[in-house]
Write a protein that binds this ligand. Structure first.
Ligand SMILES: *[C@@H]1O[C@H](CO)[C@@H](O)[C@H](O)[C@H]1NC(C)=O
Ligand SMILES: *[C@@H]1O[C@H](CO)[C@@H](O)[C@H](O)[C@H]1NC(C)=O
Ligand SMILES: *[C@@H]1O[C@H](CO)[C@@H](O)[C@H](O)[C@H]1NC(C)=O
Ligand SMILES: *[C@@H]1O[C@H](CO)[C@@H](O)[C@H](O)[C@H]1NC(C)=O
Ligand SMILES: *[C@@H]1O[C@H](CO)[C@@H](O)[C@H](O)[C@H]1NC(C)=O
Length: 441
């Protein structure tokens, strides 16, 4: 008995370490996932059109000083533990009720639909990422690509690429966040690109801000890397460490100057707060001593700053802002199939337990996010993808993606040990997140 539970604990540790490693390596090594496409759209030309100041009277940092790499490297020589201050985040409010909404499009079930799905062909999208192209990397089953989300109380408007492009005419749609949000961005680009003739679409080189352009529509679909929302030492999409995170909890200047003029903003943030050691808080650029907070407190601080920015800087008549809730992980098969010791590896069908909720979706985080979103109320539309994605244990790449690291013979013998149960295959679940976005625009 003792031996067994020891082995189990060991396995637990091993799997946790590996999931972290997979997440990290994927987040870490974006240089390798360069996107193809018409290469040289001058980035600086796009950038110079951004005003370089941010006006606000909120708690957001007044200073516009942006830290350089060497300053980040020197920051937080020592630190003390963070005591949650009496900020508003300490008094979590009840989530607001769905007022007069007729139908909750986020409550429903998955149904097989081999007629309309997948919405595009994996190999036919030149902007596909090798980290998400599961069929290309040997995934034998395809049912995961053929599922439609069916809300309980109504039907979704079917995806229509030309309607979506019309909605985007003369606009900038920008996704801001981490690699999960990048997946949703790639999904959106793949959903749209087949509608556009070659030569009339292009992708800028991979950078903190990467831009897909649909020329005939004068529209862009952009991705901005900001995994912790506020400024941090993780803002380089290639060169960062998940195990040593420093954030400036009240500084958004650098990031907001990139995203403030977008017409439609889609934010996400979650997994980067969930793993690794405590997060260091650098309140002022010149502080020698930092504070250290756990992920939940640090995320609350960052989202409060973000919410202040939304309240003071977004014009709801001209801009739309979305927040994508937690993307679930499927790291422990015992949660949906008691007695088993695996993860999402070899899962081929969704979980069909109504309201299934796994440990990867943290309830305290959800409450905190609910509370902060209730303060920005009508200014932000929630893409509440957590529950619907919880069902999709079959949607992850598991071992069918490009990995950058090499595996030992022991790992190769036990594929579940390196399976990616965090990101999502494309075509797949993020396409449905985008269909929901399409329905809400
Ligand atoms: C990152 O990708 C590059 C290019 O594919 C590769 O040479 C390098 O070893 C990778 N680094 C890590 C840490 O995986
Ligand atoms: C998409 O919408 C346009 C009109 O907005 C319509 O003409 C077209 O048939 C629709 N396409 C599909 C596949 O439904
Ligand atoms: C293209 O869209 C931008 C807004 O994103 C707008 O300012 C500009 O006038 C548009 N250009 C044309 C030629 O319509
Ligand atoms: C900013 O200041 C103005 C005037 O002082 C006030 O009306 C507004 O509510 C303030 N905005 C925020 C977000 O505090
Ligand atoms: C998202 O949906 C869950 C139920 O699946 C709910 O508990 C939560 O409050 C919702 N969050 C937001 C921000 O609407």
């Amino acid at each position: 008995m003792l031996k067994w539970s020891k082995r189990r604990a060991h396995q637990f540790f091993y799997l946790a370490l590996f999931s972290l490693f997979v997440l990290f390596s994927l987040l870490h090594n974006q240089s390798a996932s360069r996107l193809h496409g018409g290469m040289q759209k001058e980035d600086s030309a796009t950038r110079s059109s951004f005003p370089t100041y941010l006006t606000t009277n909120s708690s957001i940092h007044k200073s516009s000083r942006v830290l350089g790499d060497s300053e980040w490297a020197k920051a937080c020589g020592s630190s003390r533990s963070y005591k949650r201050k009496l900020r508003r985040s300490t008094r979590y409010q009840q989530p607001r009720r769905n007022r007069q909404e007729k139908c909750d499009i986020f409550a429903g079930r998955w149904v097989y639909d081999t007629v309309s799905y997948p919405l595009y062909d994996e190999g036919g999208c030149p902007y596909m990422s090798d980290q998400l192209a599961c069929t290309k990397h040997g995934r034998p089953d395809v049912e995961y690509q053929r599922m439609r989300w069916q809300p309980h109380g109504c039907n979704l408007k079917r995806w229509n690429g030309s309607d979506m492009l019309e909605k985007l005419r003369d606009k900038r749609l920008m996704f801001v966040g981490d690699s999960l949000n990048r997946g949703q961005w790639i999904s959106m680009v793949c959903l749209l690109q087949s509608m556009l003739p070659s030569g009339k679409k292009s992708m800028s080189p991979n950078a903190p801000l990467t831009i897909f352009t649909a020329e005939e529509y004068n529209a862009t679909v952009e991705f901005y890397w900001a995994p912790l929302i506020v400024e941090s030492n993780s803002d380089d999409p290639v060169n960062h460490r998940l195990d040593y995170r420093i954030i400036r909890p009240n500084s958004l200047f650098k990031h907001a100057s990139q995203w403030k003029n977008a017409d439609i903003l889609v934010f996400n943030s979650y997994l980067w707060w969930r793993s690794g050691p405590k997060i260091k808080l650098l309140w002022n650029a010149d502080d020698e001593i930092c504070e250290e907070a756990d992920g939940l407190d640090a995320m609350a601080l960052a989202l409060e700053t973000w919410a202040d920015w939304i309240s003071s800087s977004v014009n709801p008549l001209k801009q739309r802002v979305f927040f994508v809730t937690m993307s679930p992980t499927h790291l422990w098969s015992r949660e949906w199939n008691p007695g088993t010791e695996g993860n999402c590896f070899k899962e081929k069908s969704p979980i069909n337990i109504e309201s299934y909720w796994g440990s990867g979706s943290d309830l305290s985080t959800m409450k905190m996010v609910d509370s902060i979103l209730s303060k920005v109320d009508y200014r932000v539309t929630v893409l509440n993808i957590t529950q619907l994605s919880e069902y999709r244990k079959d949607g992850h790449p598991s071992i069918y993606r490009k990995f950058w690291e090499t595996f030992s013979p022991q790992q190769l013998e036990n594929p579940a040990s390196y399976a990616d149960c965090i990101h999502w295959c494309l075509p797949g679940v993020p396409d449905v997140w985008n269909e929901l976005l399409f329905n809400l625009l």
